[in-house]
Write a protein of this length. Structure first.
Length: 511
């Protein structure tokens, strides 16, 4: 169902007028106008810290606005809690799926609103309604199976089914494709188009520019808490969108092109060489080697074994077979502590649950790994902690009002920089980066990419994992290609290209 033309535009389903929200020392939203029509996908974009999350939290009742008003179908809307918003038909599916893996699919769909009969849970009715909710999304699934046994993509669909079951009129999708591969993203977009055709208003929050243009009817851009534009997608070029988002020329953010001269000398033994690593039913065999001053990429589709390989190299998971050699000598990576002692650092894919200690301060998160490397019997002095924190806040451009405030209060991009600062403080020999630019804005992506290039020039070995093949092509001197959780190819120098990676991934086994 195409979006209505501007000449015959119906009244918005949802209207937010002059929304203002301030926190101590920060104007998070300043006079923001935003609306959603029936039967449209409206993309909400902007750099981390632009105000997207705050605007959605105001809409869904997490925060109360200081100024402005919200109308639903022309009538004033007050939502004092997410439950109250859901009761009015405003449902949200967040980037980190907020469901319970040990419960069944059906129980997750009806969590907190289980159907009852004579005071008891009506299991038969719940299973029937859960099946109906999934069929609306064209998903056939045993609703009695544990949620945790489903793939991330299927869990995403189940979260949407739960959101729709409350008779949603507005569906907010917050970075729904961040953990999906291309095929799964297309399936999600097919569902979004179907829901749009049913008259649902969809707010789509994403950092993927191509996806904005693939699915969105209109685009609203926020910057520094202000709305800086709302446009029909076909009327705004990608260059205009990016320039408006960041407020400065795009070419300043482009990563340096890969050059053959940037490749390191390889006559010395590799810093790290992993041969035939295998973890039963998880990954393998995998072969990876890294030299000092080299960025090696792990390329492959979702589920190809990239993160599993990184976890073995950092001692989080122990391989069942294979060998790891460091500086030419056999090494036994029995734990992350051992890896840190050897000069390894690891930025995990899920920064919220695996990378940060949310209630600790920015300062405490930055000095955490260095203190662990020194040992708790050699505590860093207060002066040294403060000095290190100031150094990396300045070096990485971390935006924080106070280093003593909890790190959870930072934007996603600044949280990512905080984890990078933690490992840079240890002066690592090897830095493992798992999706370092996922879920952060274009400006922060450019800064992270420039930092990676700078570290490589200083002799740090970098293992880079990214679902964006073009990022690997531009950043890496070698690419190890994984498919079906094993190494299937390697590319180096001028042989590296997106087409070459895709040919290896698509090749038949043994070809």
């Amino acid at each position: 169902m195409p979006a209505p033309t501007e000449m015959n535009t119906p009244a918005p389903l949802l209207t937010m007028e002059g929304i203002g929200k301030s926190f101590p020392g920060v104007d998070a939203l300043v006079d923001v106008d935003f609306d959603v029509r029936r039967g449209e996908v409206h993309a909400l974009v902007g750099e981390n810290g632009a105000g997207k999350s705050t605007l959605i939290r105001v809409l869904t009742g997490v925060h109360r606005p200081d100024r402005g008003r919200i109308l639903l179908d022309g009538a004033p809307l007050e939502t004092r809690s997410p439950a109250a918003a859901a009761a009015r038909g405003i449902s949200t599916v967040y980037q980190e799926i907020d469901l319970i893996p040990d419960l069944s699919v059906a129980e997750n769909i009806f969590l907190s609103r289980l159907p009852t009969r004579f005071g008891l849970i009506d299991w038969r009715r719940m299973r029937r309604r859960a099946g109906e909710a999934l069929r609306r999304l064209e998903l056939t699934l045993d609703v009695t199976r544990p949620l945790g046994s489903c793939s991330i993509a299927v869990q995403q669909m189940i979260a949407i089914a739960r959101a729709l079951d409350v008779r949603a009129r507005i569906l907010v999708l917050d970075e729904p494709t961040s953990s999906l591969d291309e095929r799964e993203t297309k399936q999600l977009f097919a569902v979004m188009r179907r829901l749009r055709g049913e008259g649902l208003g969809i707010i789509f929050i994403t950092h993927f520019i191509d996806q904005v243009y693939e699915i969105a009817d209109r685009i609203t851009i926020l910057r520094n808490g202000r709305r800086v534009g709302t446009h029909r997608a076909e009327e705004l070029t990608r260059l205009q969108l990016v320039s408006t988002m960041i407020g400065r020329p795009v070419d300043e953010l482009s990563p340096a092109a890969k050059t053959a001269s940037a490749a390191p000398m390889t006559d010395a033994p590799p810093l790290v060489e992993a041969s035939g690593l295998r973890r039963r039913r998880v990954v393998g065999p995998v072969d990876v080697r890294l030299h000092r001053g080299e960025t090696v990429g792990l390329a492959g589709l979702l589920g190809s074994g990239r993160t599993e390989t990184a976890r073995m190299l950092f001692g989080l998971d122990r391989p069942d077979s294979g060998e790891i050699r460091i500086n030419g000598a056999p090494a036994n990576l029995t734990s992350p502590r051992r890896a840190i002692a050897l000069g390894f650092g690891f930025l995990p894919e899920d920064r919220r649950t695996q990378g940060l200690i949310a209630d600790l301060s920015l300062r405490e998160n930055i000095i955490l790994a260095l203190q662990a490397k020194r040992g708790w019997l050699r505590p860093l002095s207060r002066h040294r902690r403060n000095s290190i924190t100031r150094q990396f806040i300045k070096a990485l451009g971390i935006v924080a009002a106070d280093a003593s405030r909890p790190v959870r209060l930072l934007s996603g991009g600044n949280q990512q920089k905080a984890i990078l600062a933690r490992w840079l403080a240890t002066e690592p020999a090897l830095l493992i980066l798992d999706e370092p630019t996922r879920g952060i804005d274009i400006g922060a992506k450019g800064e992270v990419r420039r930092l990676i290039a700078s570290l490589r020039r200083r002799g740090v070995a970098i293992l880079l994992i990214s679902s964006e093949i073009d990022e690997l092509v531009h950043q890496c001197q070698r690419l190890v290609v994984l498919r079906d959780r094993r190494t299937v190819g390697e590319l180096s120098g001028e042989r590296i290209s997106e087409a070459a990676v895709m040919r290896i991934i698509a090749a038949e086994h043994g070809s």
